[in-house]
Ligand binder design. Structure first.
Ligand code: FES
Ligand code: FES
Length: 165
């Protein structure tokens, strides 16, 4: 099969690419665009390490083909901070020590951003349910849960940050 033309917006920047039809979105982001924040771990949509937002919906970049993103908007972990200002979800993860090796963290944070856009004030059980596809192998989930709830308080309508999830 011949290569496919793909126009896609990644973190607000438009890219015109030509990709083999079998290239995954994860390969495209990491190897073609140099966006190494999105991690490859299980490679079979089990661990959540490769979570990115496609038109603001969380998807596993390891099992989506790059051409399936054509004409759509992608956000990766590189697209969250504004200059030197971390996104409130990133800040909450740092403040609560919700990372150890950090390998799962980009996927956790992108899933959290999606969760809080969908449900700005989740209960702890709702957080656990939503995040069930994101696996951490080293730091444990208590601090991650606390970070997500703290981010929710910070981003909730009427809170002071004024920055949407
Ligand atoms: S690397 Fe994609 S879900 Fe694990
Ligand atoms: S912090 Fe190491 S896998 Fe989650």
């Amino acid at each position: 099969m011949s290569d496919v033309a793909v126009a896609v917006t990644v973190n607000g920047e438009r890219h015109e690419l030509t990709v083999p039809p079998w290239e995954t979105l994860l390969e495209c982001l990491r190897d073609r665009l140099g966006l190494l924040g999105t991690k490859k771990s299980c490679d079979v949509q089990v661990c959540g390490a490769c979570t990115v937002l496609l038109d603001e919906e969380p998807v596993s970049a390891c099992t989506l083909l790059a051409f399936e993103a054509r004409g759509r908007r992608l956000r990766t972990i590189e697209g969250l901070a504004e200059g030197d200002d971390l996104h409130p979800v990133q800040e909450a993860f740092v403040e609560h020590g919700a990372l150890q090796c950090g390998f799962c963290t980009p996927g956790m944070i992108m899933a959290t951003v999606a969760l809080l856009q969908e449900n700005p004030t989740p209960t702890p059980d709702e957080v656990k349910h939503y995040m069930r596809g994101n696996i951490c192998r080293c730091t444990g989930y208590k601090s991650i849960l606390e970070a997500i709830l703290a981010a929710s308080r910070r981003l909730a309508p009427g809170a002071e940050t004024g920055r949407g999830a």
